[in-house]
Design a protein around this ligand. Structure first.
Ligand code: GAR
Length: 187
């Protein structure tokens, strides 16, 4: 039986994309990589993994619904059923939320609802917490909000720098995200 198809949306380095691709028994096929940043490192990673890419720039469209209509069209044509956000630094709008209801999942580098937004690791570090972590959640129209699916705690050690903490959080992300994807897809 063929596996369900999914797309990964990413704006940056793509270490989570790579971790998903490297999961040996991944329960879906990654059919597309979508990026809003034409020079993002994740695009190179997609090419190396032979994953087709859809690259766009929001400024080329009238508004969010215009580029999301374009994306939805390409996703549906490619047979995509699930969307996994992996460092996609845009708020998903009504168009995609409606067409992929309960099928858009995000990973965030904190124990939500703590530290939403773009600098979760830096904010947790500066706040002096002794633990933080990683959250995988369904998305809604907010910023890093929506029902939590799974979380993993990560200790903040006394001699951590923001950089060492970031590395530990990323290792947790790379373990958790592929695992949760398989769980969601029934593997
Ligand atoms: C990841 O740490 C992800 O959790 C975070 O962006 C990073 C992307 O790294 N996402 C957010 O902060 C969403 N608010 P990657 O490009 O190496 O996967």
């Amino acid at each position: 039986m063929s596996k369900p198809k999914a797309a990964v949306f990413a704006s940056g380095t793509g270490s989570n994309f790579q971790a998903i691709m490297e999961q040996p028994d991944l329960a879906c096929d990654i059919a597309l990589l979508v990026s809003d940043q034409p020079v993002a490192k994740v695009i190179e990673k997609a090419k190396n993994n032979h994953v087709p890419t859809v690259i766009f720039q929001a400024k080329d469209y009238k508004d969010k619904s215009a580029y999301e209509e374009m994306l939805a069209d390409k996703l549906i044509k490619a047979g995509v059923e699930w969307i996994f956000l992996a460092g996609y630094m845009r708020i998903v709008g009504e168009t995609l939320l409606k067409k992929f209801e309960k099928r858009i999942v995000n990973i965030h580098p904190s124990l939500l609802p703590d530290f939403p937004g773009k600098d979760a690791i830096g904010e947790a570090f500066r706040a002096g917490v002794n633990k933080t972590g990683v959250t995988v959640h369904y998305i809604d129209a907010g910023i890093d909000t929506g029902p939590v699916i799974a979380q993993a705690e990560v200790a903040v050690l006394p001699d951590d720098t923001e950089e060492t903490l970031k590395k530990r959080i990323q290792r947790a992300e790379h373990r958790l995200y592929p695992e949760v994807i398989n769980h969601l897809l029934g593997k």
